[in-house]
Design a protein around this ligand. Structure first.
Ligand code: B12
Length: 172
């Protein structure tokens, strides 16, 4: 299912499919994950890394974030979904519970600046990486606010998180 979802993500990036198709695919993926997750837990499968993700303070858009969560889970990451309207304390709590990467999502030009205080909060932590994304985020903006990584869509989020952890790219 991972290559299939990656394909859908790529087709979304190139404008061949749209949000409804992404959501149908994402739901199918979630159905598969719900079956596989307990089996993986039983077999002692070791996650690639622990990641947390949340939509920033003041922002309630979560459709894109949820797709990123599914792609990350489908790619073997242990993901803690912090939901929407997340405060610094929410991210700090997840890091205390073991998250190595903090993923931030923002959809509004009025909320993307909420990424800055989160990044500066973790700036002295060498063991924590911050990856940003969302429709209003660009590579230039990510560089400007000092993010460790940036992803354009759900499949690119997996690339960005792997890259920031120094992991090799997954062959397509
Ligand atoms: C659905 C929607 C809503 C829903 C949200 C429901 C929900 N549960 O999410 C509701 C109705 C609640 C809503 C409310 C508002 N919205 Co609205 N909304 C949208 C809409 C139509 C779709 C967003 C969406 O889901 N896109 C599809 C997903 C799949 O794409 P995505 O979120 O960009 O995510 C992808 C990538 O960005 C990336 N990604 C996302 N997060 C992350 C994180 C990481 C770490 C990485 C690597 C990648 C990544 O991967 C995702 C998957 O490919 C957009 C318009 C649009 N077409 O984008 C407006 C839009 C975002 N909304 C807008 C506005 C203005 C608002 C409101 C302020 C309206 C109002 N006056 O009340 C409120 C704000 C509420 C708030 N405080 O957050 C504007 C924002 C303009 C701007 N630039 O600031 C938009 C662009 C509409 C417009 N053209 O004006 N909205």
């Amino acid at each position: 299912m991972i290559p299939a979802l990656r394909e859908v993500g790529e087709q979304f990036s190139t404008g061949e499919v749209f949000v409804p198709e992404m959501l149908v695919s994402a739901r199918a993926m979630q159905g598969g994950i719900d079956i596989i997750e307990p089996l993986l837990a039983q077999s002692g499968h070791k996650p690639v890394a622990k990641v947390c993700i949340g939509t920033v303070k003041g922002d309630v858009h979560d459709i894109g974030k949820n797709l990123v969560v599914m792609m990350l889970k489908g790619s073997g990451f242990d993901v803690e979904d912090l939901g929407v309207d997340c405060q610094i304390d929410d991210f700090e709590g997840a890091v205390e519970r073991g998250a190595q990467v903090v993923c931030l999502s923002a959809l509004l030009s009025t909320t993307r600046d909420e990424m800055r205080p989160v990044i500066s909060h973790f700036s002295d932590r060498d063991d924590v990486r911050v990856v940003v994304g969302g429709a209003v985020i660009t590579q230039d903006y990510a560089d400007e606010i000092g993010a460790d990584g940036f992803g354009t869509d759900a499949s690119d989020a997996v690339r960005a998180v792997r890259e920031t952890l120094g992991l090799a790219a997954v062959p397509s």
